[in-house]
Design a binder for this molecule. Structure first.
Ligand SMILES: [Cu+2]
Length: 159
């Protein structure tokens, strides 16, 4: 009688261990592993650059007659120095930051504002990638006002 009850206790214990490790493996495969694979290891200095770069969508940008809109129109970014970019809409019209060609950063994902950036609002993006000695050029525009164009060039920092 006592032998049987000891046996079933072992059985319960074994099932508990199996279920627990099953949950652990399931979690590892479903959540931990994909997250590790999806997010590349980015240098701490690239994640927290020395300063941010601000690009303003200046007053009157919605007018095709106005030459300046994204200011500055061309920025050269260096990873770990100023690769965090903030687009500030200081105009009275809503604008977008839309890539001419799809650009995906391994850490930050797809570049470009989702929807419009309203007056007084901003859009920010952290560029984290550039191969050695080959700057990455990202051209963008404003969807409602396609004459509004800008270029961001991302390079590795030279020390
Ligand atoms: Cu616009």
């Amino acid at each position: 009688m006592s032998t049987v009850s000891t046996g079933s206790q072992y059985g319960v214990g074994l099932i508990t261990v199996l279920v627990a490790s099953g949950i652990a493996i399931g979690y590892y495969q479903m959540y931990w592993l994909p997250e590790q694979l999806a997010t590349p290891d980015v240098d701490e200095h690239v994640l927290h650059p020395v300063k941010s770069t601000t690009i303003e969508m200046i007053m009157g940008s919605a007018s095709a007659d106005q030459q300046d809109n994204f200011v500055p129109k061309l920025v050269n970014l260096q990873l770990s120095i100023d690769n965090h970019v903030i687009w500030k809409n200081v105009d009275e019209t809503a604008h977008t930051v839309t890539p001419d060609h799809r650009y995906t950063d391994g850490y930050s994902g797809d570049f470009g504002s989702t929807g419009v950036i309203k007056p007084g609002e901003e859009y920010e993006f952290l560029f984290t990638e550039a191969p050695p000695n080959i700057p990455v050029t990202v051209e963008y525009h404003c969807q409602p006002h396609p004459w509004m164009t800008g270029t961001v060039v991302v390079s590795q920092a030279r020390f």
